[in-house]
Ligand binder design. Structure first.
Ligand code: DC
Length: 235
């Protein structure tokens, strides 16, 4: 019997989704898929194709580039990091740039792009044993996932986290600018028409403003053990 499950982690920008998802996947030896990185990857592709430079911007001109798009997530055990590859190229660092970060909310509103990425994400989960994080995983990608987590945290803590990450990669940006961008993305994520970020009734909410990783993991593993026990008692 396959007792692997699907764990969906949705929530606000910089709320610690990916740190938590990575820890869970490591402990369970599950695959980790960062869907935000996929939306960033498509944004990078759109920038490279000059889509944002044109006065004649028309989404329909970009859609054909999605046809044969290919994403791979490969775990680099040496540095304990999962890298994302777009059409064979490692784009892990480039997708964290400020330029991509500023444009990704726009790209992630486009129905054809969401449809394409949702399909690819569903395929990643075919054999279960996966931890996926994003905004719509528990609601649209895997509505039947066994465990759905919703992450939130104060705007200050989230902004500081993102500010620190951007500094690490050498971006020149003030804390205030990061905070403004996060507020903007919160609004875009929660108000878009298709698959907005929303805490549904079947989500378990974690506010990690003051919660250590250890405490978050304790809570999650209690839930996972309960789910697995129930699965076995049903069979
Ligand atoms: O998690 P992140 O900040 O790297 O995500 C980048 C953007 O992608 C975010 O502003 C919203 C969008 N996104 C989305 O619309 N749906 C997802 N499942 C994941 C991310």
């Amino acid at each position: 019997m396959n007792d692997k499950i699907i764990i969906s982690i949705d929530g606000y920008s910089s709320s610690g989704k990916s740190s938590l998802a990575k820890e869970i996947s490591k402990k369970l030896k599950y695959k980790y898929i960062d869907t935000g990185a996929m939306y960033r990857g498509v944004t990078l592709l759109a920038i490279r194709k000059g889509i944002f430079n044109s006065d004649l911007w028309n989404v329909q001109n970009f859609i054909p580039f999605l046809k044969n798009i290919n994403f791979k997530f490969i775990c680099n055990n040496k540095i304990d990091q999962t890298d994302i590859f777009l059409n064979g190229e490692n784009i892990q660092s480039e997708i964290r740039s400020l330029d991509v970060t500023k444009k990704v909310s726009f790209i992630s509103q486009i129905p054809e792009i969401r449809e394409k990425l949702t399909l690819i994400q569903k395929n990643f989960g075919e054999k279960k044993g996966i931890v996926m994080d994003g905004r719509d995983i528990g609601s649209s990608v895997f509505p039947k996932s066994e465990l759905k987590i919703f992450m939130k945290g104060s705007i200050e803590v989230r902004s500081y986290r993102r500010y620190r990450d951007l500094q690490k990669i050498g971006e020149q940006i003030s804390y205030e600018e990061v905070r403004t961008n996060i507020i903007h993305r919160d609004i875009m994520d929660t108000s878009r028409t298709i698959s907005p970020l929303k805490k549904h009734i079947d989500y378990i909410e974690i506010d990690n403003t003051f919660l250590s990783m250890e405490k978050q993991l304790n809570l999650i593993f209690q839930l996972i053990n309960k789910i697995k026990k129930n699965k076995h008692s049903i069979v």
